[in-house]
Ligand binder design. Structure first.
Ligand code: ATP
Ligand code: MG
Length: 292
């Protein structure tokens, strides 16, 4: 996937990565770095100003009008706040089958619902209730079930547990992991929590100010972080979890490294010219690391 750009303010710039079918790919980075924006572009809820999103050989970004409407059920996004994803005036069971109904797959409703509530441990009695009558964790389960019912080709889960009690966070993450394993649906997991991506993801990309500064297999990135920003993120996660407040940074129009103003290794050219993500399976965009 490639997003090209013009010289304007962009929440996401020069991002390019690919995901295999059997992978959970993590997008991690501080608040405001562009994770949600990128996630929405992947599922065509936001239009990139340039670049492409491809699923297999299909250029999803080229779909328009009725073609896009037909394809949309294949692109599912799960949001941070499960309650905002369900219609508060609709019974949960109706919301669950809404996707199948809207996509004209009414014949699948009965079997799919039975299969899904069984495999996802959903209590049947909640299907008759309204969203305000059940817990956030149960709602997120329904939102995930609704996404899965459409047998999507890509799932983007945007901080899917950040609004939930600690006690149910692990359950929901385990659910996503199991679904992914059983159904081989490629999944992009967005999180600001490096421990969550470490546990969930096969590969991760670290984002800063709209760009990917490091990408690679999760263990490599966590245990051998190359970019100074990745190191900062990991240190903050392990040592000052309670107290860290990530700096909200404005998106950049400048050409330099997005970490330049905070970097101890900064050189003059880091401020003035772009540095590309380089490397084999473990890539980094840092002049000091690449040039040694
Ligand atoms: N609708 C919008 N209009 C203008 N700017 C926006 C809009 N949505 C997001 N932005 C800006 O785009 C940048 C990226 O935002 P985004 O929500 O993608 O970040 P994020 O990494 O998901 O952050 P968080 O971890 O807080 O969810 C931010 O600087 C944000 O202020
Ligand atoms: Mg976000």
């Amino acid at each position: 996937m490639v997003f090209l750009h013009k010289a304007e303010v962009h929440a996401v710039r020069d991002v390019s990565f690919s995901i295999k079918r059997d992978e959970i790919f993590g997008l991690v980075g501080e608040s405001g770095c562009g994770k949600t924006t990128l996630g929405k572009m992947l599922v065509r809820l936001l239009e990139p100003t340039g670049g492409r999103v491809k699923i297999g050989d299909l250029d999803v970004t080229s779909l328009r009008g009725s073609e896009l409407q037909r394809y949309w059920p294949n692109l599912q996004m799960i949001f941070q706040d499960p309650r905002s994803s369900l219609n508060p005036r609709m019974r949960i069971g109706d919301s669950l089958v809404e996707g199948l109904r809207l996509s004209g797959r009414r014949d699948l409703i009965e079997d799919t619902v039975q299969e899904i509530i069984r495999s996802m441990n959903i209590r049947e009695e909640i299907l008759n209730r309204y969203p305000h009558e059940v817990s956030g964790g149960e709602i997120q389960r329904i939102v995930i079930a609704r996404a899965i019912s459409l047998n999507p080709k890509l799932i983007v889960a945007d901080e899917p547990t950040s609004n939930l009690d600690l006690s149910v966070q692990a359950q929901i993450l385990t659910l996503i992991k199991n679904i992914h394993k059983e159904r081989s649906i490629p999944c992009v997991l967005i999180s600001h929590d490096i421990e969550v991506v470490q546990w969930m993801c096969d590969r991760i990309a670290v984002m800063l100010r709209g760009r990917i500064v490091e990408e690679g297999p999760t263990d490599d990135v966590i245990h051998n972080p190359l970019h100074p920003y990745t190191r900062e993120l990991i240190n903050a996660s392990s040592f000052c979890r309670e107290t860290t407040e990530y700096q909200e940074v404005s998106q950049t129009t400048d050409k330099g490294c997005p970490y330049a103003e905070r970097c101890a290794m900064v050189k003059q050219e880091c401020r003035s010219s772009e540095v590309q993500l380089k490397g084999g399976i473990h890539k980094v965009a840092c002049r000091a690391v690449i040039e040694g």
